[in-house]
Design a protein around this ligand. Structure first.
Ligand SMILES: [Fe+2]
Length: 306
């Protein structure tokens, strides 16, 4: 029932508002519905566009804020200024030659998919130097110290994925700059579980294969590498999880109701919850899939439907 103007202005309803009470029999909108009604929508971002814009940011980012030289992929729905999907945000980021991004840590979990980099473009995670090479996934779980540097003559580019929108929702937000300031000292350069090369994770061959990586390391985010040979096709039913895809190699055509986009290397597609969708590979392709599925599994809310 919706209140008429006359009822709404009556002393009874005016008094309720003064008490910060709202009549359950006359809500302005429903508080429950039969199945998910995602507000976010499928969307695509192109690495080539973002790269050009990042390159043009050269003189725009103050030297002490190089960790913020990124372009956030904002889902184009009304009122949204930040999130890519309900719980995750993705951003294109670069480190230019000579950049040193200050070490810090936070309660949000983060990871990177490297698009362009070479030895000398590196992240330091809890003291371990990890060089950023294309196709590698680097993890910075919650509260891990991390900073970046570029000692080469070429800009390094990657895609950041973080659960910041979820942490904002929970209000359990913490952020801390490195107490000594600047970039954390390197204490180790050895192998680390925080570095996952996609090619090694998938093994040899070009056959269809999906590998979950970093399983259980981040409590809110699941990561999968999906390999499809030319002509391959994956159908994904409606799910309560929200997904972000990024193309590691090849090309992926992603279709959903009202959405049909072909993504190349470094392009990103957001696929919100409750959207059945199909991924087709017009050539041998590897796609990186980032989802908030663990949140729903832990809360008993993981559901799928056709
Ligand atoms: Fe960070």
């Amino acid at each position: 029932m919706l209140l008429t103007m006359k009822q709404d202005e009556s002393p009874y309803y005016t008094h309720l508002r003064e008490l910060n009470l709202s009549p359950g029999w006359a809500r302005p909108e429903p508080s429950m519905w039969p199945s998910p009604q995602p507000k976010f929508r499928p969307a695509v971002w192109r690495f080539a566009d973002a790269k050009k814009a990042l390159d043009a940011s050269h003189n725009m980012v103050p030297a002490d804020q190089t960790e913020r030289r990124n372009l956030i992929m904002v889902n184009p729905i009304e009122g949204n200024t930040y999130a890519t999907t309900r719980h995750l945000v993705a951003a294109y980021q670069c480190v230019m030659p000579g950049d040193r991004a200050r070490t810090h840590r936070h309660s949000a979990a983060a990871l990177r998919l490297v698009l362009q980099g070479k030895e000398g473009v590196y992240t330091i995670v809890n003291g371990t130097r990890i060089d950023m090479l294309p196709g590698e996934v680097l993890l910075t779980p919650a509260f891990c110290w991390h900073g970046h540097a570029n000692e080469t003559g070429e800009t390094g580019y990657w895609i950041d994925f973080l659960d910041i929108p979820f942490i904002q929702l929970t209000e359990a937000m913490f952020f801390e700059p490195y107490p000594q300031g600047g970039l954390e000292a390197i204490t180790s350069e050895g192998p680390t579980p925080m570095r996952i090369p996609s090619r090694e994770a998938l093994g040899g061959g070009t056959d269809a294969k999906t590998v979950e990586i970093a399983k259980g390391i981040m409590p809110t985010i699941a990561l999968n590498l999906i390999r499809q040979p030319k002509g391959g096709r994956i159908e994904t039913p409606k799910s309560t999880a929200n997904t972000i895809y990024a193309v590691v190699s090849g090309k992926a055509r992603v279709t959903a109701e009202g959405f049909d986009e072909t993504a190349g290397v470094g392009d990103v597609i957001a696929m919100p919850c409750w959207h059945a969708h199909t991924i087709e590979a017009p050539q041998d392709t590897v796609v990186f899939k980032v989802t908030d599925e663990p949140i729903f599994e832990k809360l008993g809310l993981a559901r799928t439907a056709n």
